[in-house]
Design a protein around this ligand. Sequence first.
Ligand code: NDP
Ligand code: OXD
Length: 320
Amino acid sequence: MSDRLEDTGRRGAVVLHVGASRALWWRDHMGTLLPEYDVHLWDEVPDPAQVRFAVVWKHPAGGLQRFPGLQAIVSIGAGVDHVFVDPDLPMGVPVLRTTGPDLTQRMREYICLNVLRLHRRDWEVRAASAAREWRQNVQPPATARRVGVMGLGNLGADAAIALAALGFDTAGWTRRPRDCPGIAVYAGDAARAAFLARSDILVCLLPLTPATDGILNADLFAQLPHGAGLINAARGGHLVEEDLIPALDQGHLCRAVLDVFRTEPLPPEHPFWADARIDITPHTASMIDPEAGGRLIAENIRRFAAGAPVDDLVDPTQGY
Ligand code: NDP
Ligand code: OXD
């Protein structure tokens, strides 16, 4: 950092790449939270050499090369696939993600809501009600329903623990062995088949990496108990979209709840919209609250700049 910045107590600049609708709000909010930095929108940086932190959601590929003094890239979001997809990321610049209690709370709500809906076969209840039919379709209790959560990270572990607290017989699948209270943990590729075989309802909360891209595919659906329910609240890239409707037709799956898609917004002509067995939400399972998210981002930037440990540092070798 130049002497000029040290002398004035300024720390350089933060650049933001955020959605157009809230860009000015983000700029002003981050400016208030980080008064020691100049905060600029992506296309309005007066001196790229002063930029120390880039706070981004889906930035243009190669765009970060403009900033030779970049100390870290901060993802506005828990997922960092949108950062690593850039083939021209500046070499060796650390990546931070944004997590926090607000995000886990919202995801917990979404997963519990939809697991309960699948468990109670709520679509059948609603169809009977719409037809004015008194159909007593009694389901087993949650203790007799096996739920499998792929990914026991911040979001997956929290959701799995909440599902277990509701009584579901809950398991989780991770890359490395780990403890998770009340959850049967299956670790690694060797344990995957056993995990899938006991997942009446499968929840995907994995990060999107080369190892997990397309993991929700025909082969995986065939390993689930016949008529399983699927929830994908992670990334659209996890699902091989062409395999979903055949799996529903063949009865491997009874229903799918999708929050994320390979193309977002999901195009109006996409066949998923027309399939009554697919519930669609528009990537709203857990959206970062900009107030809380901004505070977390500012705190992470300050800690990182001060050389303090930052929990949200991403492992670049694993991509999450
Ligand atoms: P974390 O990084 O905290 O956790 C990831 C989990 O996935 C870990 O348990 C990890 O295993 C496991 N995992 C990673 N790779 C593999 C693999 N190859 N095989 C088995 N397990 C694997 O992620 P979060 O919980 O914070 O978030 C998960 C994802 O949710 C995000 O990456 C994002 O894409 C998505 N998301 C979606 C939102 C929405 O609104 N729809 C909102 C926020 C996030 P291990 O424990 O061994 O490391
Ligand atoms: C995230 C998201 O990654 O909102 O945080 O999808």
